[in-house]
Design a protein around this ligand. Structure first.
Ligand SMILES: Cc1ncc(COP(=O)(O)O)c(C=O)c1O
Length: 338
């Protein structure tokens, strides 16, 4: 018998399942699917980016033994990098903000990362620019530390061009009418969209962002955002300015209530827990399936992470009430149970 033992946990990154959704979107003619990125070992698609970015920095001789890495993260990249750093014996300093879910913060600490939290909102109402400002201070305080910028990173994009993209195309046997992904740093969407443009140009690429995000060129109305990982207060270089339009067919904006409601419905109908950004992709997939596709068409939404990270935030009635977000699926079930 041949053994099937991974050399370390990093060997378990990728190869996540694609699931046919039998009940979410029931009654629609197209077949809906989800790629479950929470099955990566540290719990999100960012594990792929984290490994590739650190490997790229190693290849460029930026990281000696015991090197210190600094990143700005909304959470999942930090957790992925903390896993990689634990295995490779690097130190990690994460710049985070108060929007980080408590469970993610505990994961980072448990994996040995050091956290630096910024509290001041930037002029867009978010924390992103304050986090980036703080990078300079942290680098000054830690001579020799290396900043890895996930917003401007060929390795971040390449991680998904070379793994997520091919996994999706092979997983669906080459037949996919549309793929729906969400926008953050642009690493995942630009990697997969580029791969599909080159290898399956007939597949439509739908990119979803949260209202109030400035990630994509042309959207300039900043507003508070609630979905961790999605949307930014800057236009990440990964999108190449207007360049993303060479790969992306449609851009759709959603609000947090729609996204979290779709995630809650997925949990109830399919037994799959995903965070609000997965919900955003699901919400859009269901809408466009109804409006633009027909029998025999396959659609796929990529679900970036696991819902369990958000039990104290997005799926918690008290938190939702404080943020003034109304999620019918969560509130209606609650009132029935009372
Ligand atoms: C939960 C979640 N969804 C979506 C994204 C956006 O992905 P990307 O940064 O590859 O655009 C992230 C990124 O951190 C994330 O953590």
């Amino acid at each position: 018998m041949r053994s099937n033992i991974a050399g370390n946990i990093l060997d378990a990154i990728g190869g996540t399942p694609i699931v046919r959704l039998q009940h979410f979107g029931a009654g629609l003619a197209p077949a809906l699917h989800a790629k479950i990125e929470s099955m990566n070992p540290a719990g999100s698609m960012k594990d792929r980016s984290a490994l590739r970015m650190i490997e790229a920095a190693e290849a460029e001789h930026q990281l000696g033994p015991g090197a210190k890495i600094v990143i700005a993260t909304s959470g999942n990249m930090g957790v992925g990098m903390a896993m990689v750093c634990a295995v490779k014996k690097f130190q990690l300093i994460c710049l985070v903000d108060p929007k980080i879910p408590p469970a993610t913060e505990r994961c980072l600490e448990t994996l040995g990362a050091k956290l630096v939290k910024v509290y001041k909102r930037d002029h867009t109402g978010g924390y992103h620019l304050t986090r980036l400002e703080k990078v300079e201070d942290v680098l000054a305080e830690n001579p020799g530390a290396v900043y890895l910028d996930q917003y401007d990173s060929a390795a971040n994009i390449d991680a998904h061009y070379s793994s997520t993209g091919p996994e999706i195309l092979e997983g669906v046997g080459g037949q996919l009418a549309a793929i729906v992904m969400v926008a953050g740093t642009g690493g995942s969407s630009m990697g997969v969209a580029r791969y599909f443009r080159q290898h399956a140009p007939d597949t439509d690429f739908w990119l979803v962002d949260e209202h109030g995000s400035l990630a994509l060129a042309g959207n300039d109305g900043s507003a508070p955002r609630f979905l961790n990982g999605m949307g930014t207060s800057i236009e990440p270089a990964n999108y190449g300015g207007e360049g993303f339009r060479d790969y992306v067919d449609h851009v759709v904006y959603v609000d947090a209530a729609q996204a979290i409601d779709a995630a809650a419905q997925l949990a109830r109908t399919e037994g799959i827990l995903t965070g609000g950004t997965g919900g955003a992709a699901l919400h859009v997939m269901r809408n466009v399936a109804a409006a633009h596709y027909g029998p025999g068409d396959r659609l796929l939404a990529l679900l970036p992470d696991h819902g369990s990270r958000y039990m104290d935030t997005q799926f918690n009635k008290d938190w939702l009430t404080l943020q003034n977000i109304y999620v019918p699926t969560i509130y209606d079930d609650a009132s029935e149970a009372d």
